[in-house]
Design a protein. Sequence first.
Length: 65
Amino acid sequence: MVESMLAGFMDSLQWTNCLFVLAGVILGVIAGAIPGVNGPMAIALCIPDRKSTRQNSSHESKSYA
């Protein structure tokens, strides 16, 4: 059990995971500094950007204007 916990801890300290945590902190500080933008509002603002970058090779891309 201890070995599994240590393996998970070591996996969490990989450089890519640390970079994602750092990017999340930086984006969170920027979103928190903008007046009127809280956590749920920042997530809602990111949803259209996420959908625009999604690629689906099996269907034609549809535009939702």
